[in-house]
Design a protein around this ligand. Structure first.
Ligand code: SF4
Length: 417
């Protein structure tokens, strides 16, 4: 059983399922909890998720995936009873608060989904488990299967993997983007919008750099999914060569590319940016050297400097180095207490080293000495526009002041299902 758990939980690590990381509070993982991932839920709570596959048997041959059909690896499956029992033992031992359930596609999607659904039904009905379940919708799943999954789960997701049918065909020839993925996103949207359904959000994931796609292509699809499909979050997973037998000849994708996509995604979702405002280089990719908001500011000098005493929140959000929390704090602090000088900025807890060149205070440049301010990141950090609010994105590279090298927030990679 331990072998099977190791195999099927290990194979699920590539699926990004929310704000989860592999680092369990920095502590050493024991055998029992190595497949448990701390995750932040939309309501702000943190939960420990067991991430596991119902089976790693798969008839599809996605070239980026270690579970693909052509690969000679040990195959295992959990019965619904076995998997429910495993989860409950971890739950009762206070090791796992929730379940992330995915699967290889062993035959018809609905047949596999029926086993995943049966696992969730055992937990919900027989054992009265009311906690968090995130269930992966498999490509080709029927509307009925999606509805049942959504009744039992708190969140569901389907991975598009690539921006569009042409791109997907290059890396996962057996998946039919237009028949097995796109209609499902519409059904998922409709099902999740039903207030009677337990699941109230849905996500997707892209493999970045495997199909020769550009960042512009990926973000175009992401933007469309946010607007047209009510997507809650898109996740980006930099391509890693799964093994030497893969037919893909793409090199591994730099983690910074994944990070720039997350930053741009934040701009679309939280900063009021439109897709057409993002600055892409000639290749259609984002700059790896400059973060997307700073790159936009470089192209729009006419917007700056901004008067910190009067600028509306939406304008403050355009300032590199200011995030939603900082912009909101500036507005509330100046309304309640007034902003008279650098002392007030410090009292308000604002980190403005990066933003200072873009701001005026009473018509004058901010007389801010970097040493006056508590900086959470070094000045050349690639993420200050987000770090201003301490929003460290999934899979991001973080350079902590004083650290000698880049630290990657160690997120699991690659998808299944
Ligand atoms: S990504 Fe999913 S469908 Fe594709 S080979 Fe891996 S497990 Fe199978």
């Amino acid at each position: 059983m331990l072998d099977k758990t190791s195999l099927l939980a290990g194979s699920a690590r590539f699926d990004l399922c929310g704000a989860c990381s592999q680092a369990a509070g920095g502590r050493q993982r024991s055998v029992d909890d190595r497949w448990i991932y701390p995750a932040a839920l939309p309501d702000g709570r943190t939960i420990r998720l067991l991430k596991v596959l119902q089976t790693n048997v798969c008839t599809k041959d996605c070239q980026y995936c270690e579970n693909r059909a052509s690969r000679d690896v040990r195959r295992e499956s959990f019965s619904p009873e076995e998997l429910a029992k495993l989860f409950l033992s971890l739950h009762r031992a206070d090791k796992a608060g929730g379940l992330f359930l995915s699967s290889g596609v062993a035959g018809r999607a609905d047949t596999v989904m029926a086993r995943m659904i049966a696992t969730a039904e055992i937990l919900r009905r027989r054992h009265r488990f009311h906690g968090y379940i995130h269930m992966k919708i498999l490509p080709g799943a029927s509307r009925a299967a999606i509805e049942r999954a959504a009744q039992l789960s708190n969140r569901i997701s389907i991975n598009l993997e690539a921006p569009g049918p042409g791109r997907l065909e290059r890396i996962a020839g057996e998946k039919d983007f237009l028949r097995e993925l796109l209609p499902q996103t519409e059904w998922i949207q409709q099902v999740v919008a039903d207030p009677k359904t337990r699941a109230n959000s849905h996500t997707t994931q892209f493999v970045v750099g495997a199909s020769g796609e550009s960042d512009r292509e990926i973000l175009k699809w992401t933007d469309w999914l946010y607007k047209g499909r009510g997507l809650y979050r898109a996740y980006y997973s930099a391509y890693e060569v799964p093994d030497e037998d893969t037919r893909l000849d793409a090199p591994p994708t730099p983690l910074m590319r994944e990070h720039r996509l997350y930053q741009s995604d934040f701009l679309l979702r939280k900063y009021g940016f439109g897709l057409d405002e993002l600055v892409f280089e000639g290749t259609g990719d984002l700059s790896l050297k400059v973060d997307p908001k700073e790159r936009w500011a470089q192209e729009h000098a006419e917007w700056f400097p901004v008067e910190i005493l009067t600028a509306p929140q939406e304008l403050l959000l355009r300032v590199p180095g200011l995030g939603p929390v900082s912009a909101k704090r500036i507005c509330s602090w100046r309304r309640q207490n007034g902003l008279r000088g650098p002392d007030d900025l410090r009292k308000a807890g604002l980190v403005l080293k990066k933003a200072a060149p873009y701001l005026l205070l009473k018509g004058k440049p901010l007389p801010i000495q970097p040493s006056q301010l508590a900086l959470p990141f070094s000045s050349d950090s690639p993420i200050p526009s987000l770090a201003g609010d301490l929003q460290i994105t999934p899979g991001s590279n973080v350079q902590v002041t004083g650290a000698r090298r880049w630290l990657r927030v160690p997120w699991p990679r690659r998808c299944t299902g």
